[in-house]
Design a protein around this ligand. Structure first.
Ligand code: ADP
Ligand code: MG
Ligand code: ZN
Length: 482
């Protein structure tokens, strides 16, 4: 890994936008991309006298995630004001949770290099998002900022891990699994570009084998897996260099410069905010009873890590395949729908990972909107298996099956692609080719056996790829050697 006798120590704070229709403390819409400031009211604008009313759906979601991540759901939790000044924050404080969050002490198991590792979750709490500053790119506009408060008070869950992560790869794996989990639970769309799933990383380094933690820096606003991995790797190496040269790491907040691939200081410890947290006086403590938790528990779907274990066990698939299939709930469903009709899991998985994913990508489609139904996908695999068509032809016609509303059998019939298995028909073609190339036949018989491929190719060309390869090979060898 290139860290010598040092190791990284990483703790992640993830912010996930929730898929509720309305905001955390008012009934304004959370829809993305609306006309600036059209989704606002006195409450989310923080006007004096406006009172917050808690959106119960957000609590449902927090409990859901808490249960999925094996947390304790606190029967009593409180909201707190986190005070700081910024133009995108109309009230001058964010309502969050501090000392008594809704969920605590959970974990998420990840698998890196085939080894299972448990990452503890310290806490999950609810909070409201801030608004957004907008900068136009004209020269006149460089002298002012615009503020859009549509995002103000959109509900977030913040998920804070313990510093159990040791490498950038583990961090990315943890984030991918957490994101999958949120998407499976249908509480967050996981869209990193729109900022619905973003991450701050706390990083320090220490000598391998030591227990004590080093001074940490915080990397802010990481919003792609690639940059998270790169920036963490850079930051760990940077801190190791500092320590090796006898200096000390400074506690500070840093940003990642994508173009240069380096992190740089944003603000030091002195400029760190003192949030002066105190309990939110306008909201009562949140009390959750057993019935509420029980109801949510009953609604929990199968989670990605559970599905992964089941796919490995029931279908005998390699973990590599399973990680791809389960990475999308609909892709996993597609796989299972197909296997029901064509019970050869590994073949189905191979075709999904290569042919289907390629067609999805080329058509810019998501697995919940596939260009070919699982029924037809299974039918294609069946007619390859029973020898009606060859694998090669199956792959050739796959794009057309995705393009048109036609079943594989219909298309094969329409194009006259049925494989030729009849020995006399193939034999006749072989005879034709052998008499056309007497010199090559001589050479083959003199020991140049790799010419077999040449003859196969010639017959395939003549039959437009329809000759059954097994029959063709057998007959060809018989005739050449005989
Ligand atoms: P704060 O209250 O300053 O935000 P927390 O204790 O809540 O600090 O920790 C914030 C995040 O930083 C957590 O994800 C935690 O795992 C991580 N963290 C704490 N100490 C370290 C450290 N020495 N190195 C790396 N990460 C750390
Ligand atoms: Mg914190
Ligand atoms: Zn509002």
């Amino acid at each position: 890994m290139g860290y010598d006798d040092f190791e990284g120590v990483i703790g992640l704070e993830v912010h996930a936008h929730l898929l509720t229709k309305s905001k955390l403390f008012c009934s304004c819409s959370t829809e993305f991309g609306a006309e600036p400031n059209s989704h606002t009211c006195p409450t989310c604008m923080g006007l004096p006298g406006a009172l917050p009313v808690l959106n119960k759906k957000v609590v449902d979601f927090a409990i859901k995630l808490g249960l999925a991540l094996n947390c304790t759901i606190n029967r009593r939790s409180i909201f707190a004001r986190k005070n700081y000044y910024y133009p995108d924050l109309p009230k001058g404080y964010q309502i969050s949770q501090y000392e008594e969050p809704i969920c605590e002490n959970g974990y998420l198991d990840i698998t890196v290099n085939n080894e299972k590792k448990r990452i503890r979750i310290k806490r999950i709490h609810m909070e409201e998002d801030a608004g957004k500053l907008v900068h136009e790119s004209t020269i006149e506009a460089s002298t002012y900022s615009l503020v859009d408060y549509n995002r103000s008070s959109i509900p977030l869950l913040e998920i804070v891990s313990e510093p159990d992560i040791r490498t950038p790869q583990e961090a990315v794996q943890y984030l991918k699994m957490l994101r999958d989990c949120l998407i499976y639970l249908e509480i967050c769309d996981g869209n990193m570009e729109e900022g619905s799933f973003r991450c701050d990383a706390n990083v320090s380094v220490r000598k391998r084998g030591t227990q004590e933690f080093g001074t940490r820096t915080e990397l802010k606003n990481l919003n792609s897996f690639k940059y998270i991995e790169k920036s963490l790797d850079y930051e760990i190496k940077r801190q190791i260099e500092i320590i090796k040269s006898g200096q000390e790491v400074v506690q500070e907040t840093r940003l990642f410069n994508v173009d240069q691939g380096i992190t740089y200081s944003m603000r030091g410890k002195e400029e760190a905010h003192d949030y002066r947290y105190f309990p939110e006086p306008d909201l009562l403590p949140l009390i959750i009873d057993d019935a509420w938790i029980k109801k949510i528990r009953q609604e929990l779907p199968e989670l990605p890590f559970e599905k992964m274990e089941r796919f490995i066990k029931d279908y005998g698939l390699p973990r590599y395949d399973v990680e791809i299939l389960v990475s999308d709930r609909y892709l996993a469903d597609y796989f299972e729908e197909t296997v029901k009709r064509f019970p050869e899991p590994k073949t189905v998985s191979n075709w999904i990972m290569t042919e289907l994913l390629r067609e999805l990508k080329e058509r810019n489609l998501q697995p919940n909107n596939p260009p070919i139904t699982p029924e037809r996908f299974a039918e294609l695999l069946s007619i390859i298996k029973d020898g009606t068509i060859s694998i090669k032809i199956g792959k050739d016609i796959f794009p057309e099956l995705c393009e048109r509303d036609i079943s594989p059998k219909e298309l094969v019939y329409e194009k006259g692609l049925t494989q030729i298995t009849d020995e006399s028909a193939i034999g006749a073609k072989i005879d034709e080719i052998l008499s056309k190339f007497p010199k090559e036949v001589e050479e083959f018989r003199a020991g140049k056996e790799k010419l077999l491929g040449f003859f196969v190719g010639q017959v395939m060309k003549e039959t437009k790829g329809k000759a059954n390869p097994k029959v063709l090979n057998e007959l060809l060898l018989k005739r050449l050697k005989g």
